[in-house]
Ligand binder design. Structure first.
Ligand SMILES: NC(=O)c1ccc[n+]([C@@H]2O[C@H](COP(=O)([O-])OP(=O)(O)OC[C@H]3O[C@@H](n4cnc5c(N)ncnc54)[C@H](O)[C@@H]3O)[C@@H](O)[C@H]2O)c1
Length: 249
């Protein structure tokens, strides 16, 4: 996929990994539509970007987002799904068992919301003209290394990210018939506002567990992988860890 010829939706694009991906894609000449529940700061968009306030769990809102893209550009070539929320809660906590509302909310946003965007945006990508290799578009979802080495207190988050990882292959198999690739990135520990919810002690422990480099990832490193995935047509149906070889204990 040639980024400069493409139109891309970036969910969760006002912050962290999504923001970095949106910046990288527009630097490469792509048109980017940022979709987030949180407003973007006035003046932070460049000429290649637009913002549509969207809750990814809301079917009507995502439908309107896709209609906006169709009206504005007449096509869609990719989605970078970065919208997500964290949760740390024990199954058997000090104040009682895990809240079902909390569990459902994390699944609703991270897994069902991501799928909602995939199905509605996928429809427009499938109608868009092909580029070289018969390719119409690329969907990049954000899982987490927690999908594979989940820690105590992360049952809901891990279940949501495990779902993202597990659906990568069946989505790629089906959407490949329309010239659409589906790839997931499983980041390790990245320096974003989401990580600010974690205590300094936990963050330090996570950095220590990273094999090399012994630091958190920079969102630009995530964005660079997203760029490569979009440009390299052979990458498909895979979950790619981006984690400095950390294995959560
Ligand atoms: N930062 C890390 O270390 C890390 C590691 C692994 C995976 N991830 C995943 O990467 C993704 C991005 O995380 P981040 O660190 O950039 O976090 P972040 O909090 O900086 O950004 C997440 C964005 O998603 C948006 N969002 C939340 N709920 C939404 C909804 N219902 N609809 C639309 N937008 C919504 C938020 O407003 C925010 O802008 C998440 O899915 C997260 O689970 C992050």
């Amino acid at each position: 996929m040639v980024i400069s010829e493409g139109v891309f939706i970036v969910t969760g694009g006002t912050s962290g990994l999504g923001w970095a991906a949106a910046q990288r894609l527009s630097q490469c000449g792509g048109h980017v539509v940022i979709a987030d529940v949180r407003n973007i700061e006035t003046g932070t968009l460049n000429g290649q970007q637009q913002f549509v306030r969207t809750d990814i769990t809301d079917q009507e809102a995502v439908s309107q987002l896709v209609q906006f893209v169709e009206k504005e550009y007449g096509k869609l070539n990719g989605v970078i799904n970065c919208a997500g929320i964290p949760l740390a809660e024990r199954v058997l906590g000090k104040t009682g068992p895990h809240s079902m509302e909390d569990f459902a909310r994390v699944i609703q946003v991270n897994l069902i919301g991501t799928f909602n965007v995939i199905r509605l945006a996928g429809e427009l990508i499938a109608q868009s003209p092909v580029q070289s290799d018969g390719e119409r578009g690329v969907i990049v979802n954000t899982a987490s290394i927690a999908a594979f080495d989940g820690q105590i207190g992360q049952a809901a988050y891990v279940a949501s990210k495990g779902g993202i990882a597990a659906m990568t292959l069946p989505l790629a198999r089906e959407l490949g018939q329309k010239g659409i690739r589906v790839v997931a990135v499983a980041p390790g520990i990245f320096s974003t506002p989401m990580m600010e919810t974690v205590s300094d002690r936990v963050r330090q422990a996570l950095e220590n567990q990273t094999v090399f480099p012994k630091r958190m990832g920079n969102p630009k490193e995530f964005a660079e992988l997203v760029r490569h995935i979009i440009e390299n047509t052979m990458i498909n149906g895979e979950v790619i860890r981006l984690d400095g070889a950390i294995r959560l204990g």
